[in-house]
Design a protein around this ligand. Structure first.
Ligand code: PA5
Length: 486
């Protein structure tokens, strides 16, 4: 593309964004201005050669598989086999989440402590990092707009947990215990400590004012959750994770949305972002469906080009925990020993999280000159919410002239561009995802995109993307070692 055409495009895009923000702009226009952009050109053979990049003929070859898988996914969705697709549509649940959060906030809550692990923690953590300041917990209450500090306790490290207990007096804290199965030892042990603390400090009757649980529904064929008797005993508010929604696909259920509401996040923004990406992922064709296109490229890169690793590299601190969430989603969903037909395959790429520009000084050497066995996705933001100009200081150091008067924003953009161009020179396939801005809408689009991509990738690998037998076995062994029922 010539410089002139590029500039015109940029200007059009800029004007479009401005228009979309003006009063009188329709909702549809405003939302379109938030559309995230998915660019796979640098993962194609035309960019990095046919040994490393996916060729048009290869993409063509998976089209029948994609079309067939699309039908299966649509049917399963219609039959309610997998419910993550439609979580954003359940107005009843979203309303309940909002009013419950408002009620707890009205009572005055200084700290929100989430007890959960894996799929019951990573989505929420990604939202917090993306949508709240990186220094949120040390901001004043005023800067937090009166919303509570937040602690996501997703480990059983006694030091960390004790530190949290010291910082969060139970009388000023709301705990949200989240476990879909309602039996995970890590979460249950945390809950036992918290209940003991609440009973001792505030008395049994007060527990319900400080604890909410989120777990499997009762009955409906679900294995009974151990959180049910706890909820009954103390009269707790209890949210459901629908039976047909797995832990790592549950961020838009109360698992992610109740804590998000407690932190004042814009739930409508999440719903709009999900709806927008759902619409974009409705077609079977690779040209129209960005999730299927990304799934096809990762799958072909792995199975035809030896790219057994998938790096997710955000270029914004706010997006760093999306890489962590994606790491679980991609690993647990696709890392499978058996196909759906019971054949041994040992499928799955190894997902890796990195952060630009930080990891350019840690990982980039390997990504450029080590084994050419990775795809790299950069997660970018076109417009940071703040600008930071680099002042005209240190004038006596002439070598720093190129930084004087520039901005950190421009430097970050240059670092990103430098990396992806350098990766291209080394013939490393790169895909780019560009968020126009970071807000609830664009974050929801991004997470929904990855969920849809993972569902399609499961079909391409012919594995069950929605179970995790390898995790379950480990959980059982640990329980037995503790003297429990394995
Ligand atoms: O994605 C998954 O299913 C897992 O990572 C679970 O979320 C994780 O093991 C925690 O399980 P639970 O929510 O049942 O406590």
């Amino acid at each position: 593309m010539s410089g002139c055409t590029r500039d015109k495009k940029r200007a059009r895009h800029f004007l479009y964004n401005i228009r979309a923000m003006q009063p009188g702009t329709t909702n549809m226009e405003a939302n379109m201005a938030f559309d995230i952009r998915i660019d796979v050109t640098r993962a194609k053979s035309s960019a990095v050669g046919k040994e490393n990049g996916v060729m048009p003929v290869e993409l063509k070859s998976v089209e029948p598989q994609i079309a067939a898988a699309h039908k299966v996914l649509r049917k399963e969705r219609k039959d309610g086999v997998y419910g993550f697709w439609d979580l954003y549509k359940d107005r009843g649940v979203w309303g309940d989440v909002k009013t419950t959060a408002e009620a707890f906030l009205r009572k005055g809550c200084e700290n929100l402590v989430v007890l959960g692990i894996g799929g019951s923690a990573l989505g929420l953590r990604a939202l917090i990092t993306a949508l709240r300041s990186q220094h949120y917990n040390i901001q004043s209450k005023r800067a937090r707009k009166g919303f509570p500090r937040v602690f996501v306790m997703d480990n059983i490290d006694p030091v960390t947990f004790r530190d949290m207990m010291r910082l969060c007096p139970p009388g000023k804290t709301l705990y949200n215990a989240i476990s879909k199965s309602g039996e995970t030892a890590e979460t249950m042990s945390q809950l036992m400590i918290v209940i003991d603390l609440l009973e001792k400090k505030l008395g049994k009757a007060a527990v319900k004012d400080h604890l909410v649980v989120t777990t499997n529904p009762r009955g409906k064929g679900a294995k009974p959750s151990l959180l049910h008797p706890v909820a009954d005993h103390y009269g707790l508010k209890s949210f459901e994770v629908p039976l047909n929604v797995g832990g790592r696909f549950s961020v838009f259920s109360p698992v992610g949305m109740f804590p998000a509401a407690m932190l004042g996040m814009n739930l409508d923004g999440f719903r709009e972002g999900c709806a927008a990406m759902d619409k974009r992922c409705a077609a079977a064709s690779l040209d129209e469906n960005p999730a299927y296109l990304r799934a096809a490229i990762e799958y072909l890169a792995d199975t035809h080009k030896g790219k057994t690793m998938s790096v997710m590299m955000p270029y914004a601190d706010a997006l760093r925990d999306i890489a962590d969430w994606y790491r679980q989603l991609w690993a647990e969903s696709l890392g499978k020993r058996y196909t759906l037909d019971g054949e041994e395959v040992y499928a799955g790429q190894t997902p890796i999280k990195a952060l630009g520009a930080t990891d350019q000084h840690s990982q980039m050497q390997l990504y450029r000159e080590g084994p050419n066995n990775k795809t790299i996705t950069t997660l970018e933001v076109a417009r940071f919410s703040k600008t930071l100009r680099i002042p005209e200081s240190l004038k006596f150091v002439s070598e720093l002239g190129y930084l004087r008067g520039a901005s950190m924003n421009r430097l970050m953009a240059a670092e990103l561009r430098g990396s992806i161009d350098a990766l291209k020179i080394s013939q490393r396939p790169v895909m780019r995802i560009i968020l126009p801005v970071i807000n609830e809408n664009t974050i929801a689009q991004t997470l929904y995109l990855f969920e849809a991509q993972t569902a399609m990738a499961g079909r391409l690998y012919n594995v069950n993307a929605f179970d995790q037998p390898g995790v379950e076995e480990g959980k059982q062994i640990a329980r037995t070692l503790m003297g429990g029922n394995g």
